[in-house]
Structures are given as C-alpha cells and as structure tokens.
Design a protein around this ligand. Structure first.
Ligand SMILES: C=C(O[C@@H]1C=C(C(=O)O)C=C[C@H]1O)C(=O)O
Length: 261
C-alpha cells in the first residue's frame, strides 16, 4: 500500500500524504499520553503565577516560563531546532546549535521558516485547555507540573506545525488547483482545497477512543473502575475538533500563501 502511495507522489523525497497521515496518527498517542501525565497533578496555579517564581534568577515570568526557556536553550544547543519539525516557544535569544549540522532533506519551501504559531498554542493550552482536563487544587508539585506542561506543549506544537508537510504534499499532488488560489492569496479557497471532512471526523473519533484505551484504570479482578478515565475522552476529542485541527489548517494556509514566493 505504501509503495503505491510513494509511486503516486512523483517526487524524489518520498513525501506522501499516506506517510504524513501515519505520523499524525502516531503523534496522537504522544498527545494523549502527555495529557494523561499532566492530569496526574491538579491545576497547581503557582506554577503559572509570576509572583511565585520572582526570586528565580532569569525567570522573567512564571515557573513554567522558566522551565520552558531553560529547556529550550539546552535543546537548542543540542540541535533540536535545526529539525524543521521542531519550533521553540521562545525563539528570541536561543543559543546556536553546538552539534555538527544534520543533513535534513530540503522538503519544505524556505518560507516555512517564518511560520511559528506557538504563541497561539501557548495561550490556547493555558487559557482554554488546561482548566478543562485537570482537577482544581494544589499539591505543591510545581516543577513536575511545569515539566509535564512542556511535554504537552511540545507534542501539540509538533503536531500542529506538521501542517507545513501536509500542505506541501497536497500542493504537489494538486498544483493546478492550488497555484491560482495562492496567486490570488485566497484563504477560503485554500481551506476548501485542503479540507477532508471525513478524515477530520475519523481523527476526532480515534483520539476519543485512544483516550478511553490509554486512560483506563487497569485492574486485576473486579471492574469497579469501568467508565473512569484519566483524561475525559470527550475533552480530548474537543481539543482536536476545536483547536488542534483548526490550528493545523491555519499552519497549512500560512505556509501555502508563501509557497510561490
Ligand atoms: C491532515 C490532513 O489535512 C486536513 C487536516 C486534518 C487534521 O488536522 O487532522 C485532517 C484533514 C484535513 O482536513 C489530512 O488530509 O490528512
């Protein structure tokens, strides 16, 4: 099946819609597990409170900002952001990579570099999503909480920015349809071209099922915990329907608008 998709794609770098969809499906596992790990802790609001971390040198904000900035600085030195699939939340003043450059194949148009919607992802995660899937309360585990938040943010960011690859492969497959819309800078036509409603419905159903499967209480003996999940499956489905899929499509459109620059 794979080989067929590859043969159809008539490009040399092996990028196919089928391989991209496989990666997006695999990334659902990472996202669901990272939400489950974060949900072990209650909201722990001091993690996000500027006054709590004000004595941490160089934090400049909350404890979560401190963890994210410091982690991104280390990972930048290790070459993480040389990979076109990775996008920092705080791109300003990141140290350069200190490892030998990797030969990443040039799959995307260079305009892809300027598309980074992590600010929107950050606000969505903390303002809308987090209060929906964690319990209220405070158990004092702020550093662990911030580390789990970073994992959620990175998994969501990678999935949403994968829209660049989705857009590239769709553009190559239907250049004749995309080119006039790009020349006209016509967002609505681009959205219509790249939307597959049936795929989106399947994604939402599958992530709900994954939340039920990965988030069930596994017990030996009586099934007293049946129907209790570590993260509410309906909220995972809503995360995808309301935010992940629309933001992925925003990335696709932003990328395509500059595809012919
Ligand atoms: C990712 C794709 O493109 C679009 C975006 C989707 C998503 O974010 O999951 C799903 C279907 C499409 O509307 C795809 O066609 O597979």
């Amino acid at each position: 099946k794979h080989e067929m998709a590859k043969a159809e794609s008539n490009v040399s770098d092996g990028l196919t819609l089928e391989l991209i969809r496989e990666s997006l499906i695999r990334q659902e596992d990472t996202i669901v597990f990272s939400l489950i790990e974060r949900a072990r802790f209650p909201l722990n609001s001091p993690t996000y409170d500027k006054s709590y971390a004000s004595s941490v040198p160089g934090s400049g904000g909350s404890l979560v900002e401190f963890i994210v900035k410091q982690t991104e600085a280390i990972q930048a030195k290790a070459g993480r952001y040389e990979n076109p699939e990775e996008h920092p939340f705080f791109p300003d003043n990141l140290p350069p990579s200190q490892v030998p450059p990797q030969k990443n194949p040039e799959v995307l148009h260079p305009a892809a570099m300027s598309v980074n919607i992590n600010k929107i992802i950050w606000d969505m995660y903390f303002n809308e999503l987090l209060p929906l899937f964690v319990t209220p309360g405070d158990d004092g585990n702020y550093a662990s909480t911030a580390a789990r938040d970073l994992e959620c943010l990175q998994a969501l960011s990678r999935r949403i920015h994968y829209g660049k690859l989705v857009a590239e492969v769709k553009f190559r497959d239907e250049r004749k349809d995309y080119e006039p819309a790009i020349r006209a800078q016509d967002r609505d036509t681009l959205i219509n071209l790249l939307t597959f409603a049936r795929v989106e419905e399947a994604v939402k159903k599958r992530v709900e099922k994954k939340a039920m499967t990965f988030g069930q209480e596994v017990t030996l003996g009586d099934d007293g915990n049946k129907g209790k999940y570590k993260v509410n499956p309906a909220i995972v489905s809503r995360l995808y329907g309301d935010w992940v899929i629309p933001l992925t499509k925003d990335v696709e459109v932003e990328y395509l608008l500059h595809r012919l620059d």
